[in-house]
Structures are given as structure tokens and as C-alpha cells.
Design a protein around this ligand. Structure first.
Ligand SMILES: O=P(O)(O)OC[C@H]1O[C@](O)(CO)[C@@H](O)[C@@H]1O
Length: 508
């Protein structure tokens, strides 16, 4: 079926469904409250408040089947060249489990195990040293996942190490990160798949100089994690035993499961990191082995397609009702928007449908007091993923009950709205949401949740026929920035007249 006829069919489904308000769809079919829900290990997800009905869901699964979803998932796990524009596989699943007999995937898993052994040895060496603080230097995929997991999983009691993150090229970031740290008790991890990223090289240089002589060949407190094993040695004199590998078959935003996750393992221990991987592997096994209709990632992906292409919603919110998950939306922004922010298909032809919506979010209940007004009464409808945690280890049960009350209240209010004779006080309702609940926030449940999102992203890319694993869109800005560096130093002029004017202002 062509993209155009698929889109026409989808719109016909939407036209039929949208004739009935969301609240009435639910009240007419109350069994959907349980039927539109799945539980995979520690992750429960309920899609009953999405604005579709059973026939629409059936249509979505048929369309996903026709797009070859099941075969493409197998191809991902088998290490086929799913990243066609860069000619390589995307084997993040091999970092978590041995799912395939295909030699390339199997070999990748063996490499991952070897790297894990090196991570463990590195942690033991650091534990035996006087180091108390770790500064993780990296950006994008070399930062957001580890930063989220460390923030989410570090318990209330201090661990063996305090882990800090430095990403932004703005020198204030380095200044703030280093303030209060003792170079003699700090180790730095320079994390960069390419080891060519401007921010990481500049901040890495600051760390090397700040650590001073003791970080040199015999000091042992400057580490690198990279797929480029030569550059850290050349540019930073880091010896091979302090360079941990990653590989070109892992995308940056899918790399937190590799040695890029060393900050996580330092914060929660290597055993905790292994549990994080096991949780992801549990989700992998589910996604690989479960037919689409019972497949959590497929439900999530098809819901996103319905909201984007069917209902035409241009934004998506992720609202974590757990303070420890406040960085989840930052992480998902890169995962989703860098993967799906494409307008051409694998063969270079234009995509026939809209692709990724704008993803953003934050933590409830704070966000209720910032942007929820617009979500309740604004003219744009923004579907939302609400994430909650069933069991809390916080010592204030009354707060946890209040948190849950707010989570439930918001999804209900979004869906059902409330009539009023006063238009200012009326709530239209019809705002769709998915509620995702983790049994508890543990390394395993977080791993499973993030793997679910990864697979949802991949399945959306399969539906649209786009490549989820390249990111050429971010290159142009980098190229222009490097051309402008001489102009900022006063050694050249900018060609673009507006840039010239702004440059004059910036140079004072
Ligand atoms: O790990 P690296 O090579 O420093 O790249 C950092 C990030 O830069 C990007 O290439 C683009 O911003 C991301 O995809 C990547 O995660």
C-alpha cells in the first residue's frame, strides 16, 4: 500500500473515532480500561485514555504488520545494516543480552562482556584509590543517559563516589562543576564516541589541566571511553589501560548500556549496572518474541503514529510523577527527536507523513504549576505519557499519596474535561494520555522503561520508513560554528550579513 493510501485509511479511522468524545468512548466500552493495558516485568502501561477505539487499534496493528515491523525488529537484533546511511548495524540490544545466532550480533555481545569486565576492574581500581569525586565529561548520548540514570538511581545515602556531569561548552559549566572539588581526589571520564566533539574536547582539556601532573601517565585519574581508541592517547596522553571501548555499531543515544554507562556503574555499583542491563534485556526479549498485538513497544509506537499522523498533534509531553525521573524528558528528547527527526525515507525520497512531534516535559507535580494550564485549556492538544512509580522508598507516605492523587487526577481531567456555562471555566477534555507505572524505581525497572522507549522509536521509524540511527541534521550547525571561530577571534569576517552584525555585538 502506498503512503498516501495508508494515510487516507488512517484519516478515515480518525474521522469515525472522532465523532465520539473520548470520555464517551471509554464509558461505552469500560472493559478497555483493562484491555488496553499491558505489563512487561516491572513496567505496566495503560493506553485506555488514548483517543482511539478497538477497530482503530486493529487497523494500526494491521498497518504495522504490513510495514514489516516484526521482520525489522528481528533484523535489528540480528545486526543487519539497519543504519543504511552509515552502512552499519545498531546493536544496542547486544550490549544487554545474547539474542541472536547471527555472528555479528553474537560477536558484539562477546565484545560487550569484555568491556563490562574492564568496567568492573576500573571501578575496583578507583575504589581502592583516594578518589571521592568523578567528573563525567561528554555531551548528547555521551551524557544524557548516564546523567538520567545516576540521578534516578542514586539513593538518599551518599555512595562511594559523588558523580558530576559536565557537558556544555559554556565555561560557566566547567567553573561550576569544578568549584568545591579537589583535583587530588577527583577522576575524570572523557566520554565521546568519536572523540571529535568540540564541547568534550574543550572541557576535557580543562579537566586535564585542572587535574594537573597527577593525572598524567602515572597519576591515573584521566580516563576515556570512545570508539576512537587512538585519539584519547594522542590528544590527552591517556594510556590504553585507561581507555575503555565502544564501537561504531552502537549509536551515541543508544550507548548508555556500554562503557558509556561507567558513571552509572560508579554511582550504583557494577552489580546495579548489570541489573539495569537485565531490565533492558527483559524488555528486549518481550519485544523480540511477542506478536505485535501484545507487544508493549508496538502499542506505544502505534499510539504515537495515531496521535501524530491521525490526529495531527505536533507535540508530545512526557510527565514523570517521580522526582527521581525529572531528567527523563531531557533524555527522551534526544532519543526520540534525534532518531525520528527526519523528512526523507531510507531511499532518500520524501516521507509521505509527518514524522516526529516536539517532545518535551518535566516532573509532576512541578509542571502542573508551570505549563499545565496550556495543556488543559490551550488550543493545541498535546498527548502525554504520564510515568508513575507504585512503591516509593521516600519516608513521607502522605506525600506519595498526594503525588499519586495528582497523577490520577490529571489524566482523568485531561480525558474527561468538565462542562461549565462559563467558557473561562470550561474544560473541553479529549486530551489523550498513556499512563506508565513502574512497580518501583530500580535499576531493572529503569532499564526496562528506557528499552521500551528505544524499541518504540525503532518501530515508529519502521512505520515511516526512515533511519532512526543517523543524525546528519546536527552536522550543519557544527560546521558553521567551526568556520566562525576565526571570526570570533577577530581573524576573519563572517560572510552572512546578519551574522556579521551579531558578531560585532558579541565581540563588544
Ligand atoms: O559521543 P560523541 O561522539 O562526542 O557525540 C556526542 C553527541 O553528538 C551527536 O553526534 C550530535 O549532537 C549525538 O548524536 C551524540 O550523542
Amino acid at each position: 500500500m502506498s503512503d498516501a493510501s495508508r494515510l487516507n485509511e488512517l484519516r478515515a479511522e480518525v474521522g469515525r473515532v472522532a465523532a465520539t468524545p473520548l470520555s464517551r468512548l471509554v464509558s461505552a466500552d469500560p472493559a478497555r480500561a483493562g484491555d488496553f493495558a499491558l505489563k512487561v516485568g516491572p513496567v505496566y502501561a495503560n493506553f485506555a485514555r488514548q483517543y482511539y477505539d478497538r477497530d482503530a487499534v486493529r487497523w494500526l496493528f494491521r498497518a504495522a504488520e504490513a510495514a514489516g515491523s516484526a521482520q525489522r525488529v528481528r533484523a535489528l537484533f540480528d545486526g543487519e545494516t539497519v543504519n543504511v546511511t552509515e552502512g552499519r548495524p545498531a546493536l544496542h540490544t547486544a550490549l544487554r543480552g545474547d539474542f541472536s545466532h547471527a555472528p555479528v550480533a553474537h560477536e558484539a555481545h562477546r565484545e560487550a562482556l569484555k568491556a563490562r569486565a574492564r568496567m568492573r576492574a576500573t571501578i575496583e581500581a578507583l575504589e581502592a584509590s583516594e578518589v571521592t569525586d568523578i567528573v563525567s565529561v561528554g555531551i548528547g548520548g555521551s551524557d544524557l543517559g548516564p546523567r538520567l540514570a545516576v540521578d534516578a538511581l542514586s539513593g538518599p545515602k551518599p555512595g562511594r563516589f559523588r558523580v558530576h556531569f559536565l557537558s556544555n561548552v559554556d565555561g560557566h559549566a566547567a567553573q561550576r562543576t569544578l568549584a568545591g572539588l579537589d583535583p587530588k581526589r577527583t577522576a575524570a571520564l572523557l566520554i565521546s564516541k568519536t572523540f571529535g566533539t568540540q564541547e568534550t574536547l574543550l572541557n576535557g582539556g580543562i579537566l586535564r589541566d585542572w587535574l594537573g601532573d597527577s593525572a598524567g601517565l602515572d597519576g591515573g585519574r584521566l580516563y576515556a571511553i570512545s570508539a576512537n581508541l587512538e585519539r584519547p592517547a594522542q590528544a590527552f596522553d591517556i594510556p590504553p589501560e585507561r581507555i575503555l571501548p565502544m564501537w561504531d555499531w552502537v549509536g551515541g543515544r543508544y550507548s548508555l548500556w556500554s562503557a558509556v554507562g561507567l558513571p552509572i556503574a560508579l554511582a550504583i555499583g557494577m552489580d546495579g549496572f548489570e541489573q539495569f542491563l537485565s531490565g533492558a534485556a527483559q524488555m528486549d526479549a518481550h519485544v523480540l518474541q511477542t506478536p505485535l498485538e501484545g507487544n508493549l513497544a508496538a502499542w506505544h509506537a502505534l499510539t504515537s503514529i495515531w496521535n501524530r499522523n491521525g490526529l495531527g498533534y505536533a507535540a508530545q509531553a512526557v510527565l514523570a510523577y517521580d522526582e527521581r525521573l525529572k531528567l527523563l524528558s531531557n533524555y527522551l528528547q534526544q532519543l526520540v527527536m534525534e532518531s525520528l527527526g527526519k523528512s526523507v525515507k531510507l531511499d532518500g525520497s520524501p516521507v509521505g507523513e509527518d514524522t516526529v512531534p516536539v517532545w518535551w516535559g518535566g516532573a509532576g507535580t512541578d509542571t502542573q504549576h508551570s505549563f499545565f494550564q496550556a495543556l488543559h485549556q490551550g488550543t493545541s492538544i498535546v498527548p502525554a505519557d504520564f510515568i508513575g512509580v507504585v512503591r516509593s522508598d521516600a519516608p513521607y507516605p502522605q506525600n506519595h499519596r498526594a503525588l499519586h492523587a495528582n497523577l490520577l487526577a490529571q489524566t482523568e481531567a485531561f480525558a474527561n474535561g468538565q462542562r461549565s456555562d462559563d467558557p473561562h471555566r470550561a474544560y473541553a477534555g479529549g486530551r489523550p494520555s498513556t499512563t506508565i507505572l513502574l512497580d518501583a524505581l530500580t535499576p531493572a525497572s529503569l532499564g526496562a522503561l528506557l528499552a521500551m522507549y528505544e524499541h518504540s522509536v525503532y518501530l515508529q521509524s519502521v512505520f515511516w520508513g526512515i533511519n532512526a540511527f543517523d543524525q546528519f541534521g546536527v552536522e550543519l550547525g557544527k560546521q558553521v560554528a567551526s568556520k566562525l571561530l576565526p571570526a570570533l577571534a577577530g581573524e576573519a569576517q563572517a560572510e552572512d550579513p546578519v551574522t556579521r552584525e551579531l558578531l560585532a555585538r558579541l565581540r563588544g
